[in-house]
Design a protein around this ligand. Structure first.
Ligand SMILES: Cc1cc2nc3c(=O)[nH]c(=O)nc-3n(C[C@H](O)[C@H](O)[C@H](O)COP(=O)(O)OP(=O)(O)OC[C@H]3O[C@@H](n4cnc5c(N)ncnc54)[C@H](O)[C@@H]3O)c2cc1C
Length: 420
């Protein structure tokens, strides 16, 4: 019998979940207080990477030695706001531990690979169905380095990638610049991952998927979930600021704001916001042909539908703390140095800044699975740096769980109870 399912949150993860649940024949209400795919969501402003090779956790062996330097450099690529340090400490310790050994990195990589392995193809199919297939490109992704030695210095991550079946092509300086004529000549080495792809407008992608869900009968509810009413092990309703929505099942896909909702379903998860920034430059004179990550600047440059997007930075701060736009200034300066054809005196009207909140667990693995309090509540949050790429399989898994079917991949690594 068809069930009434509330999907809480209409970022890319909620959108994918809604679409796949509808496929299964259940009725769906999409509960979202703002515009689906709007600026409040991480899904709006990400770098668009469908990087099936993003399997390495953000933390790395020896990171703890760098912590004092990171704390002293408030504008470095990874920073913790001092006022928030005490609160973030338990998460930070777990974060450091999760990348402390090769074994842990390998375990994360194996789990993430199952989630991401065919992500570009999955996105391609879903987007085609929602008439936005043109947004998905499967032309590979590039990593650029000043020298081959700089690449070798990151070999642990690449060795682990090779072990989980990821292949890439190395590019000499000539090959790199033949492909990327706008790129500054200081980059002398490239790595092309052909299996990967990208999305040219992540916000529009979410909006299109949600529009498709509505056209298939999903109900729109403009509201904010405040909790869940669970009685005798069954979900009775999702509580909102405007009253209750009675339902048989719910999906928690509220991104960085999922922690309290998971607590009301019996799980105290370790979830922080790794804030990131982007700079959009319209009508860029120089931009990458293939989206690229620059090892020295620690940023991603992607040519989007509406201009060049340069995204990056990791800042741990309170969820509603004001943005620090100096971080976006840094990205802007890096963009000018990577693509020398961009004019130094870029007109302000051509530049836009954005800050977003990655919903991040300390081990780089999302929470996907049933809640402790009831199997009527399914988790789909905590995707950190891989929420766009990981959303396609997550949506399928959520629908399988809602329908009580066996999930298509093992979900033990993604169990929220790992934080108990
Ligand atoms: C700078 C930057 C670059 C990135 N680049 C990439 C990339 O290239 N590739 C990649 O895969 N990932 C990338 N990411 C990460 C990716 O954007 C996120 O992991 C992903 O968007 C998370 O999606 P989500 O649906 O879980 O959360 P969100 O997109 O944040 O959506 C959550 C939604 O829930 C709503 N909501 C919140 N609280 C409630 C509530 N109580 N009730 C109802 N609704 C609620 C919000 O309004 C929001 O719309 C990047 C992130 C950043 C910041």
């Amino acid at each position: 019998m068809a069930r009434d399912v509330v999907v809480i949150g209409a970022g890319i993860v909620g959108a994918m979940s809604a679409i796949h649940i509808l496929h299964g024949g259940d009725r769906v209400t999409i509960l979202e207080p703002e515009e689906p795919g709007g600026e409040q969501s991480a899904s709006y402003g990400n770098s668009g990477w469908l990087s099936s090779h993003s399997v390495i956790p953000p933390s790395e062996p020896g990171l703890w030695r760098k912590v004092p330097g990171l704390l002293l450099d408030p504008l470095g690529p990874l920073a913790v706001r001092p006022a928030y340090l005490a609160q973030a400490l338990p998460w930070l310790l777990r974060y450091i531990a999760s990348g402390a050994t090769r074994e842990r990195i390998e375990a994360t990589a194996r789990a993430l690979r199952t989630l991401l392995i065919d992500a570009p193809a999955l996105h391609h199919d879903v987007a085609a169905e929602a008439s936005c297939g043109h947004l998905i490109k499967t032309t590979g992704l590039l990593h650029v380095f000043p020298t081959r030695n700089a690449f070798v210095a990151t070999s642990l991550g690449w060795d682990v990638r090779r072990d989980v079946g990821i292949a890439w092509q190395e590019l000499s300086a000539d090959e790199l610049h033949a492909r990327e004529p706008s790129l500054d000549r200081r980059y002398q080495f490239g790595v092309l991952v052909e299996e990967a792809g990208h999305c040219q407008n992540p916000g529009a992608y979410v909006a299109a998927l949600i529009a498709q869900a509505y056209s298939r009968g999903a109900v729109k509810n403009v509201g904010r979930a405040t909790g869940l009413r669970i009685e005798s092990g069954r979900l009775r309703a999702v509580r909102t600021q405007a009253g209750e929505i009675e339902c048989d099942a719910a999906v928690i896909a509220a991104g960085a704001r999922s922690k309290k909702l998971a607590a009301s379903a019996g799980d105290h998860v370790s979830l922080e916001t790794e804030r990131g920034y982007h700079v959009m430059i319209s009508r860029p004179e120089g931009a990458p042909v293939t989206p690229m990550m620059a090892s020295d600047c620690k940023l991603v440059a992607t040519r989007m539908q509406d201009g060049l997007r340069v995204g990056g930075q990791v800042e741990i701060a309170a969820i509603d703390a004001a943005p620090n736009w100096k971080r976006a200034d840094i990205l802007r300066a890096h963009a000018l140095s990577m693509f020398p054809e961009l004019p130094r005196d870029l007109d302000a009207s051509r530049i836009r800044y954005w800050m977003g909140r990655r919903p991040s667990t300390p081990d780089g693995l999302p929470c996907i699975g049933y809640a402790s309090a009831t199997r009527d509540v399914v988790y789909a949050f905590g995707h950190g740096h891989v929420g766009l790429v990981g959303s396609a399989r997550t949506g399928r898994l959520v629908a399988q769980l809602v329908a009580g079917k066996a999930p298509e991949i093992a979900l033990e690594p993604f169990d929220a109870r790992r934080f108990h």
